[in-house]
Design a protein around this ligand. Structure first.
Ligand SMILES: C[S@@+](CC[C@H](N)C(=O)[O-])C[C@H]1O[C@@H](n2cnc3c(N)ncnc32)[C@H](O)[C@@H]1O
Length: 218
């Protein structure tokens, strides 16, 4: 592991219960959010006063549970997962953390789910952590569902250097790398978003939907 990342991780304060959960997930090779990314998002949640989150890619519920721990009792997280087994495990984990009232797990393909979630200006934050080849396809739905001043975060966008071409792209990873390139072009050039791409390990993009602030009264 990169020495800086190792050092940054050593400084992160974690709740004991989510720490145990994270270690168990890592032991089982579940691809959960990296601790430094979770810590970064927690700070963003606190700065922006985020309460209502949509997540694409639940896995076993680890990141949703961490979001709730950061927000507290007003947390309202909707998370979408296509894998049935993971949906069951996530629901069990959410129950064991007593967060049933705060987290709704939707079992569906996120591309499909975004089509029937027809609202506008609903969420304070959307976290894209699902299928990399579909980030671009999901972007219009995400922008529509995001409140003005809301934040869109997409994880793993630099794909270990393959998106930029810093690292040679093996044939089987080309589709994902090229899709991520298109996604980053779109969020960077969108007239509705202001975007920053962060060169964390695997990359992270953070975009704010232009307009008023999330909690600003009209
Ligand atoms: C990186 S994991 C999510 C990790 C989770 N956010 C966390 O940090 O605890 C990505 C998840 O997206 C799910 N996924 C992949 N394609 C999907 C799709 N089209 N719709 C919904 N979920 C999808 C995978 O099954 C996997 O569980």
């Amino acid at each position: 592991m990169d020495k800086n990342i190792e050092y940054i991780r050593s400084l992160i304060k974690e709740n004991e219960d989510t720490y145990i959960f994270r270690k168990q997930e890592e032991k089982n090779y579940i691809p959960i959010i990296r601790p430094e990314v979770m810590q970064f998002i927690s700070v963003i949640i606190n700065i922006a006063g985020i309460k209502k989150i949509l997540e694409i890619g639940t896995a076993d519920g680890y990141s949703s549970i961490c979001f709730c721990k950061t927000i507290g009792r007003d947390a309202d997280v909707t998370t979408i997962e296509s894998d049935e087994q993971r949906v069951c495990t996530a629901r069990k984990n959410i129950e064991s953390f007593n967060l049933n009232k705060n987290i709704t797990v939707i079992h569906d393909d996120a591309v499909n789910a975004l089509l029937y979630m027809t609202g506008q200006n609903v969420f304070d934050m959307i976290f894209l952590d699902g299928p990399k080849t579909h980030y671009l396809e999901m972007l219009p739905g995400c922008v529509r569902l995001l409140k003005e001043g809301g934040i869109l975060i997409a994880d793993n966008v630099l794909y270990f250097g393959m998106t930029s071409g810093q690292k040679e792209i093996p044939k089987k990873k080309r589709t994902s790398a090229y899709h991520l390139r298109d996604f980053l072009e779109a969020v960077s050039h969108s007239s509705e978003l202001d975007t920053s791409i962060i060169n964390f390990e695997d990359g992270l993009s953070i975009s704010v939907k232009k307009g008023k602030k999330i909690n600003e009264k009209t």
